[in-house]
Ligand binder design. Structure first.
Ligand SMILES: NC(=O)c1ccc[n+]([C@@H]2O[C@H](COP(=O)([O-])OP(=O)(O)OC[C@H]3O[C@@H](n4cnc5c(N)ncnc54)[C@H](OP(=O)(O)O)[C@@H]3O)[C@@H](O)[C@H]2O)c1
Length: 286
């Protein structure tokens, strides 16, 4: 496996000590024990598609992963075990963003920041409602897409930033957006609205964090066009309801889609850039 861009340029392992300061140590007690600091990643939508590519590439020594999606991926669990990288997979429907964020907050409160080299939240899960003009869309489908694509990422960001606010280690939030958050498309109102909302709340979040001494670096990033189930859904939509469908058919026919692994490598490369967060809304092709 090629080296993970997210890890390049910095040591994978950093040491810290745990236990009481020496002045408080009781005579005869074991001295401070060195522990390895690790990079903690929280990643949504790692069961398939680009999220799976991200998770696979993050399974490197010195990292720990918490993944959240409706389904766990047993192959990912096996790869993590082989690599000796701690991986936890929560099966949680992100239509319940409030529940997921409460669970995340409680979990973050169990962590010892002294044992972490960095912590990153990657909101990657997303969903496209049936591809139809808004007037033909079912409100329940629109609500589901907005819950998963906008409400849950925002709630998870709130929990992440709140629970780690006093931590002085590097904290990052990477929201996976889309070009469709920036350019309108017929029959895609629900998906476009979720991504446009994600971009804009990330801009606000960047302003909030810039006011903090150790504020998190945040970015809403468009990952390019990727050969996943989502593209299958675009190509499979009813053509008469989706005037732009031919563009997606053409991209596939001309081999212009990134593989999930390529897209994941580009995204992790962007996350590792020293200027990550300088632009709260960006494109991996920038
Ligand atoms: N593919 C593209 O061309 C493209 C272009 C621009 C942006 N993006 C964005 O990139 C991200 C990844 O896209 P992808 O193409 O890899 O998508 P994908 O193949 O459809 O995978 C979506 C991931 O999100 C999870 N997910 C979906 N609904 C969920 C729910 N209700 N609760 C929890 N998890 C849920 C899925 O897991 P479960 O099914 O196990 O829940 C899966 O792991 C998305 O945010 C997408 O909008 C994709």
């Amino acid at each position: 496996m090629p080296p993970t861009p997210a890890l390049s340029g910095r040591p994978a392992v950093i040491f810290a000590t745990v236990g009481p300061p020496s002045a408080l140590r009781i005579r005869g007690e074991a001295p401070n024990i060195p522990v390895m600091k690790h990079h903690q990643y929280i990643l949504t939508g790692a069961s398939r598609g680009m999220g799976l590519g991200l998770a696979e590439q993050l399974l490197q020594a010195g990292n720990r992963l918490l993944c959240i999606s409706r389904n766990a991926n047993p192959d990912l669990a096996a790869t993590a075990q082989k690599a000796g990288v701690p991986l936890t997979q929560w099966t949680h429907d992100l239509a319940d963003g409030v529940g997921a964020s409460e669970r995340l907050k409680a979990w973050l409160q169990t962590l010892n920041p002294g044992e972490l080299a960095s912590i990153s939240l990657i909101n990657n899960a997303g969903t496209i409602p049936p591809i139809l003009p808004l007037g033909q869309s079912h409100p329940a489908d629109l609500a589901q897409a907005l819950r998963v694509g906008l409400e849950a990422p925002m709630a998870l960001c709130a929990a992440f930033l709140g629970a780690t606010a006093s931590w002085t280690l590097p904290r990052k939030v990477l929201n996976i957006s889309s070009g469709l958050g920036r350019y309108p498309m017929a029959s895609q109102a629900g998906y476009c609205a979720a991504k446009a909302g994600m971009d804009h709340f990330t801009r606000c979040m960047a302003l909030d964090e810039a006011l903090q001494t150790h504020g998190a670096k945040v970015c809403s990033l468009a990952p390019g066009v990727i050969d996943t189930d989502m593209q299958v859904q675009m190509r499979g939509a009813a053509g008469e309801a989706f005037p732009d469908q031919s563009k997606f058919l053409q991209l596939k026919a001309q081999g212009q889609l990134s593989s999930p692994a390529q897209a994941a490598a580009q995204v992790l490369g962007y996350l590792a850039r020293p200027d990550f967060g300088d632009k709260p809304v960006a494109d991996v092709r920038d």
